[in-house]
Design a protein around this ligand. Structure first.
Ligand code: ZN
Length: 189
């Protein structure tokens, strides 16, 4: 039988999972804003003392800037709100695993925790390629919670890319696309 202490810990873990899903849903709302302006749908919120203090979504194309990532936008707003570049005591919720730039900024800002929706095998730097959030050589490490609303977070991305491919195909197909189509049409290939 679980002791009183164990039951309390379990209850706390359950509450935290519930809260993580709640804030990830808000990050997903931000990702949808990016999709609405044809940007890759990635969204982020930063939470301090149980409240969302900053939001951001990917605006890389519209701003013609590599700095247009959701996480940087949210961190910038959070710092402005707190009047401090340090975001100690804050948790970041992001729909896709951060890149090297955003993971680096999160460490620099000394965030308390990073909660991730979907992982990014090709570019993620919170465990996929490298884990910049947990390098003992740096002066700050950030605990990570992964896979919160993972399906929704990856689905919004795959739907976006599907839509982009359909849009692109409205122009004449390139030779490569024609051969892809032929390959697709041949079962067993
Ligand atoms: Zn990034």
């Amino acid at each position: 039988m679980a002791t009183e202490n164990e039951q309390l810990l379990e209850e706390q873990a359950r509450l935290r999972e519930k809260e993580d899903r709640k804030f990830m849903r808000q990050a997903l709302t931000q990702a949808k804003k990016a999709a609405a302006i044809d940007e890759v749908p990635i969204g982020c919120v930063i939470v301090c003392d149980g409240k969302v203090i900053a939001r951001g979504y990917n605006r890389r194309n519209i701003e013609s800037s590599v700095l247009g990532h959701a996480e940087l936008a949210a961190m910038k707003k959070a710092s402005k709100k707190l009047g401090d570049w340090r975001l100690e005591g804050c948790t970041m919720y992001v729909t896709l695993e951060p890149c090297q730039m955003c993971a680096g900024a999160a460490v620099q800002a000394r965030l308390d925790r990073v909660v991730i929706g979907a992982m990014n095998a090709k570019a993620g730097c919170a465990g996929s390629i490298i884990n910049l959030l947990d390098m003992q050589q740096f002066n700050h490490q950030i605990p990570i919670t992964k896979g919160v609303l993972e399906q929704e977070c990856s689905q919004i991305l795959s739907e976006f890319f599907k839509r982009i491919r359909v849009k692109k195909k409205k122009r004449p197909l390139t030779n490569e696309e024609i051969s892809d189509t032929i390959m697709d049409a041949q079962p067993g290939r």
